[in-house]
Write a protein that binds this ligand. Sequence first.
Ligand SMILES: Nc1nc2c(c(=O)[nH]1)N[C@H]1C(S)=C(S)[C@@H](COP(=O)(O)O)O[C@H]1N2
Ligand SMILES: [Mo]
Length: 320
Amino acid sequence: MLIRHIRSWELPPSLVTPEHVFLNRRHFMGGIAGATVMAAAGQALAETDPNAGLYPAKTNPGFADAGRAVTAETEATTFNNYYEFGSSKRIAEAAEKLPIRPWAIAIDGEVEKPMTVDFDDLIRKVTLEERIYRHRCVEAWSMVVPWTGFTVKSLVEIAKPTANAKYLRFETFNKPEVAAGQQPGLFTSYPWPYIEGITMAEAMNDLPLMVTGAYGKPLPKSMGAPVRLHLPWKYGFKSIKGIVRISFTAERPVSFWETLGPSEYGFWANVNPEVPHPRWGQDTEQVLGSGERIPTLLYNGYGEQVAPLYAGLEAERLFM
Ligand SMILES: Nc1nc2c(c(=O)[nH]1)N[C@H]1C(S)=C(S)[C@@H](COP(=O)(O)O)O[C@H]1N2
Ligand SMILES: [Mo]
């Protein structure tokens, strides 16, 4: 198996530290080590980020309360999945090596006029808002984060896709010189760069957010600065970080994880407690930063907003 040697959560449960023990330990220690790292990172950001003045953005009243406690900032910003920087959750320091200025984003494919925009120009063309969203990782842990960003819908309006555009394909940077995970030898079999995709209908829904900030500040590098996607009703791997290209396509994009393990990670990846991952259940989730385990909700609780998107698609593998 291609992916067998990498991901610790794929090991038989008996071989790894039970997740709740690990998460509790993080909860216990996060206050000390995490706070120091974050204070330093936060200060560096405030000094150098040209968009610091845009934060905090106004909270969208429709998303002011996620119905669960917001995850402590030190937890959410130091417990990450970012394989470009390694397979551990502790990549926050390594991710600081990524240069994020200047940051060009290509918008191409099935659009009236392909373009390259500088992130600092793009962010001034859109309306930033804060939304508190639940996030559910396919590994069965979850968090609640106050994101700042702009809707994917507003990005589509700027991009002006043609009638041939059926999908959006997102691409992450490929910088082996700073991202150890992308260097030959480490995860050689991995199909870099990281790719994700959604349909045009999904893109035009109100929920998808192009995220530029979290916790009322510019996004930390560990969370995908300067810009990442967030799709709160899908498993976390769909929420691609460090975006450098957005292509409008006629063909369905094949994502990074789908290329690696098509029987385990599909295109749709909508959260559903009743459809287990081939190697673990999805009915409950560990709340990051607490000892709590809670039931997982269909579409991560966002069914009212997104279930209509999937009417007529019941033959698809919508939940993996
Ligand atoms: N480019 C890139 N994007 C990525 C990932 C990644 O490894 N590389 N991991 C994904 C997974 S599995 C999750 S759960 C979320 C984690 O986001 P967070 O680190 O901000 O919590 O990012 C997603 N986006
Ligand atoms: Mo994830």
